[in-house]
Design a protein around this ligand. Structure first.
Ligand code: C5P
Length: 236
């Protein structure tokens, strides 16, 4: 079985004040609804574990009731105070039959189903950890506290990584366990899940990502998301 953990418990402060990010609307529907629709359009996905804002669990269940088809299981649970904690809570309730686990940001609401399938396929082909990635477009510099550039990083080695990230269950669970055990019980926080696999020395494979898997983070991203949806409707 293949399960997707959907991290949807963030507040989304960079988007400005308002409801939690996963519940912000584009084209009249919450980001989370768009994300879940994309995930269930991928035939490999059997189960969704949604980490929701703790005060929105009933609302999220109601929102997703008509979006998730009968063939896909749905568990909605309270997320934690960090993304790592939200994912950890979902991993704690993974059913025994799950062998492949994807972790997806609800904020990457427009991910193409084909990308989800490509990530699953790479795990099935033997990779323990898989991330979709795209080469960075900008030149990246490091900057110190006085706003002075300290270095320019070699761009040819830099990739932006997206979600869904895919894992064999044993690899992901071991990575989260290792993070919990390090630093005398202080849990390590990671901005992505593959980062925890890297920390324990694991190999992470990159597959081609998609421009449409961008993370809705800032107000302009909402405009871009609306435009992508409009373009999809027009090409149907
Ligand atoms: O903050 P960031 O953009 O990295 O969040 C990425 C994803 O992680 C979002 O979809 C957000 O809802 C989720 N998240 C979460 N629990 C948190 C913080 C973020 O599920 N405590």
């Amino acid at each position: 079985m293949t399960a997707v953990v959907v991290a949807a418990a963030g507040r989304g402060e960079r988007l400005g004040p308002g409801v939690p990010k996963a519940l912000r609307e584009i084209a009249g529907e919450p980001l989370l609804v768009h994300a879940v629709r994309a995930l269930v359009a991928a035939p490999s996905v059997d189960l969704l574990l949604v980490a929701a804002p703790p005060d929105q669990i009933a609302a999220v269940r109601a929102l997703l009731a008509d979006v998730v088809p009968d063939r896909v299981g749905l568990v909605v649970m309270a997320g934690g105070s960090t993304r790592t904690e939200s994912v950890r809570r979902a991993l704690d309730v993974l059913p025994a039959e799950v062998e492949i686990v994807l972790v997806h940001d609800a904020a990457r609401a427009l991910v193409p189903a084909a990308l989800v399938e490509a990530v699953v396929a790479a795990v099935r082909a033997g990779a323990g950890a898989v991330v979709p990635g795209v080469p960075v477009a900008d030149t990246i510099k490091t900057v110190d506290g006085a706003q002075v550039v300290t270095a320019t990083v070699d761009r040819s080695a830099l990739w932006s990584v997206q979600t869904p990230q895919g894992f064999s269950r044993v690899v992901l669970v071991a990575a989260y366990q290792a993070a919990r055990n390090d630093d005398a019980g202080q849990s390590i926080e990671a901005t992505d899940d593959a980062g925890l696999v890297e920390r324990m020395g694991g190999r992470v494979l990159v597959v081609p990502g998609s421009a449409e898997a961008f993370k809705v983070t800032r107000p302009l991203d909402l405009v871009l998301a609306e435009a992508v949806l409009a373009a999809r409707r027009a090409s149907r």
